[in-house]
Design a protein around this ligand. Structure first.
Ligand SMILES: *[C@@H]1O[C@H](CO)[C@@H](O)[C@H](O)[C@H]1NC(C)=O
Ligand SMILES: *[C@@H]1O[C@H](CO)[C@@H](O)[C@H](O)[C@H]1NC(C)=O
Ligand SMILES: *[C@@H]1O[C@H](CO)[C@@H](O)[C@H](O)[C@H]1NC(C)=O
Ligand SMILES: *[C@@H]1O[C@H](CO)[C@@H](O)[C@H](O)[C@H]1NC(C)=O
Ligand SMILES: *[C@@H]1O[C@H](CO)[C@@H](O)[C@H](O)[C@H]1NC(C)=O
Ligand SMILES: *[C@@H]1O[C@H](CO)[C@@H](O)[C@H](O)[C@H]1NC(C)=O
Ligand SMILES: *[C@@H]1O[C@H](CO)[C@@H](O)[C@H](O)[C@H]1NC(C)=O
Ligand SMILES: *[C@@H]1O[C@H](CO)[C@@H](O)[C@H](O)[C@H]1NC(C)=O
Ligand SMILES: *[C@@H]1O[C@H](CO)[C@@H](O)[C@H](O)[C@H]1NC(C)=O
Ligand SMILES: *[C@@H]1O[C@H](CO)[C@@H](O)[C@H](O)[C@H]1NC(C)=O
Ligand SMILES: [Zn+2]
Length: 641
């Protein structure tokens, strides 16, 4: 009999791997010895792959790509062999911790492709997609081709020129999507095939299995439903302000906001428009970017600021190799690099690095804290067995740095580090501050939710290659309330314009993180002895909070995340309430301001030039309850293909 705690997936996986095996090894000491050898060897294999991958990511050349792929193949083959060996042991004789390690050693994802030709091909496709994305340039004019970082990003944060923004928006999509589409289609087929060897239905199912909760999809949907009013009211406020900037005639009657007007390439966070969007414009600005520039902030100073906060909590400082080996600025020697920020664990307990093309802005200050949160997690769990050197679930990993940043961003803290001059303690300042946070946290929710809604359907085959772009826009229109500013066609591949699609990084983790980081924040504020509204809490210097957080991080993925959540927050599940509480004063303000003027048509507006648009009026609220039933069954978008 197998222990009841093993999930169905695990069971299937074990059966598939071990079906051809006869007798199992029942000797627990032998199993222990296997794990010891595995940990030593796997760390080395992983370290070599990480080094090769770092070299490629910080210097994109064909040669470096080749070396990286060689190490990736070696790592994949090592994983296959280890999984096979592990399947020779009898799980029922082990204790829970040991069994958990064996199960994780056998759950090897796309490395489960046993046809070597296909395994190599999959690696090539993935790195080819990343290369295309990371070296792409948008041509705004024949001799004016710009990279995403820093040029296009700066256009989005600073320009209020409708046509220039369209050129940047469309240019970036032209430079990425069409080149990626066929590769992506092939990638879907190959990776599905690989994870099916483990008994997962498709790659999306494999990704979701990381959360170890059978109701995961429904849980996430319920959280999104609960949070939706916050987004709808923020959207309405933003739409009204944008109409005064760009003119009412630029907005479709369906209630959507053209996707290029929100200060971000993907309209995913709207922070760069904080000065336009704050309710009370007479108050001092909350945008600290000019002050950072004025004070000659450098990338190093930004990261030392973050390091200082972790240290004030009694947490682990960034070690010396971090400062020596990280890439904190975009190189100026003409090398191509993957600019998208990331945090690296070299699996040897010593070497941890961040790669970020840091620009001196408030958003990069936040990103620095986010990335350093990953490093702090790596440092905390570095003494766990290798397979437990992971987040309790992927959302936990994304939440650590953000929790810290929630304190850092309070006006009081910004004042204490000299980035804000005056902080007045009045309701209007408070609402302005909550608006600035909402542009970062609430604006992101539907985006964080929809990316994998799209991908899960792509992996499951419900969305076919010829429907990729159409379904993408169905979701963007429905959930985010944004519409394409220019006509799209089936040869476009707009998902490919977002890093995580070509780079094959799951996305629902960010949505999960945005919910649970407020749970963590509340728990840590309580532990620090703070009393008052959640949005003003700053845990700086609280070793009580630091200890509680460290205790959890140290565990890595050795315990189910629900247990870890229970211990820190007193609750074993994801809960949107702390996030709702944090923004409650803002929601009250917005409800009053918006009256009935909020919401949008769930269907994309018609963009064909001759159409006069259907007559929807702008007060249509989207009936969320019907979403799950209709969105993947009917094709509701009215784009002309
Ligand atoms: C695994 O161990 C259990 C408990 O000792 C035993 O009953 C079972 O027969 C073993 N299975 C195999 C295949 O050896
Ligand atoms: C169990 O494994 C250990 C370590 O490999 C070995 O020393 C021992 O002899 C084994 N015991 C039996 C009964 O096979
Ligand atoms: C980038 O990699 C190439 C090998 O493809 C190497 O010749 C070159 O020196 C590297 N550049 C830097 C700055 O490391
Ligand atoms: C798997 O087992 C074989 C035979 O015992 C051994 O030679 C090999 O090193 C093992 N590999 C891994 C990765 O455990
Ligand atoms: C492995 O995949 C290649 C390429 O798809 C195919 O030609 C070959 O027949 C496959 N080999 C086996 C043993 O299935
Ligand atoms: C920043 O640099 C400029 C030019 O080097 C210098 O004049 C100014 O004093 C510096 N400001 C601060 C706050 O260090
Ligand atoms: C790291 O850099 C510092 C100064 O930049 C230097 O003194 C130190 O020796 C370096 N350490 C290593 C391990 O390279
Ligand atoms: C802000 O005002 C409230 C109520 O007026 C007061 O309780 C609180 O202590 C003040 N906070 C600060 C930081 O001055
Ligand atoms: C934090 O603690 C340090 C050292 O104990 C102290 O000097 C500093 O004033 C404290 N800062 C705040 C904002 O409490
Ligand atoms: C939760 O806390 C209890 C009591 O402090 C401890 O025994 C247990 O190991 C903790 N569990 C986790 C997952 O941290
Ligand atoms: Zn991250």
């Amino acid at each position: 009999m197998l222990p009841a705690a093993l999930s169905v997936i695990t069971l299937m996986m074990m059966l598939m791997i071990s079906e051809t095996r006869g007798e199992l090894i029942n000797n627990v000491s032998a199993a222990e010895a296997f794990l010891a050898t595995y940990n030593a060897e796997a760390s080395q294999v992983s370290n070599r792959y990480a080094e090769a991958s770092w070299t490629y990511n910080t210097n994109i050349t064909e040669y470096n790509q080749e070396i990286m792929l060689k190490e990736r193949l070696a790592a994949d083959k090592f994983s296959q062999e280890a999984a096979w060996n592990a399947s020779g042991y009898n799980l029922t004789v082990m204790d829970a911790t040991m069994r958990r390690q064996f199960v994780k050693i056998m759950d090897i994802g796309t490395a489960a492709q046993t046809n070597e030709t296909k395994l190599i091909h999959l690696g090539q496709i993935e790195s080819e997609m990343e290369t295309i994305y990371s070296t792409a340039k948008a041509c705004l004019a024949p001799e004016k081709c710009l990279p995403l970082d820093p040029d296009l990003t700066r256009i989005f944060t600073t320009s209020r020129d409708y046509d220039q923004l369209i050129a940047a928006w469309k240019g970036w999509r032209d430079a990425t999507g069409p080149k990626l589409k066929n590769l992506y289609t092939e990638f879907v087929t190959l990776s599905n095939e690989a994870v099916r060897n483990l008994g997962h239905a498709d790659l999306g199912a494999y990704w979701r299995s990381r959360y170890d909760t059978p109701e995961f999809e429904a849980d996430v949907q319920a959280l999104f439903d609960q949070l939706r009013p916050l987004y709808e009211h923020l959207h309405a406020h933003a739409r009204r302000r944008l109409k005064t900037i760009y003119g009412k005639d630029k907005f479709p009657s369906s209630g959507h906001i053209p996707a290029h007007l929100l200060g971000n390439m993907w309209a995913q966070q709207w922070s760069s428009l904080v000065d336009e969007f704050v309710p009370y414009k007479g108050k001092p600005s909350l945008d600290v970017t000019p002050e950072m520039v004025h004070q000659n902030y450098t990338a190093e100073k930004i990261f030392h600021t973050a390091d200082n906060f972790f240290q004030s909590l009694g947490m682990i400082p960034m070690p010396e190799p971090f400062w020596n080996k990280s890439m904190l600025k975009k190189p100026t020697d003409g090398r191509d690099v993957v600019c998208h920020a990331s945090a690296w664990d070299f699996s040897n307990g010593i070497d941890f690095r961040i790669k970020q093309c840091t620009d001196i802005t408030q958003q990069h200050l936040e990103t620095a804290h986010h990335e350093m949160g990953h490093i702090e997690y790596y440092l905390q769990y570095k003494d766990q067995p290798l397979v437990f050197q992971k987040g309790a679930n992927p959302g936990f990993h994304e939440a650590v740095g953000d929790v810290i940043a929630l304190s850092v961003q309070t006006p009081e803290h910004m004042k204490s580090i000299g980035l804000l001059h005056s902080v007045s303690n009045d309701t209007e300042t408070d609402i302005n501050f909550l608006m600035s946070m909402a542009l970062q946290k609430i604006a992101f929710l539907p985006f964080g939710f929809l990316i994998d809604q799209w991908r899960w359907r792509v992996f499951s085959g419900d969305t076919k290659p010829e429907q990729y772009n159409e379904h993408w826009w169905n979701l963007r229109c429905r959930y985010q309330g944004v519409s394409a500013p220019v006509e799209r066609s089936a040869s476009d591949f707009d998902p490919g314009a977002k890093f995580h699609i070509p780079a094959n990084t799951p996305y629902i983790r960010y949505f999960v993180s945005f919910v649970i980081q407020f749970q963590f924040h509340k728990a840590l504020c309580d532990k620090s002895g703070y009393i008052g509204p959640l949005h003003r809490c700053d845990i700086y210097n609280s070793t009580e909070a630091g200890t509680a957080l460290s205790e959890m991080l140290k565990l890595g993925s050795s315990k189910p995340w629900t247990d870890e959540m229970q211990n820190l927050t007193g609750q074993a599940k994801m809960d949107a309430q702390p996030l709702m509480d944090y923004f409650k004063p803002l929601l009250e303000y917005l409800r009053k301001e918006n009256g009935n003027d909020y919401g949008w048509d769930p269907i994309c507006p018609d963009l064909t030039p001759t159409s006069s648009g259907r007559n929807h009026g702008s007060k249509v609220s989207s009936p969320l309850t019907t979403l799950l039933i209709s969105v993947y069954v009917f094709f509701v978008c009215v784009f002309k293909l």
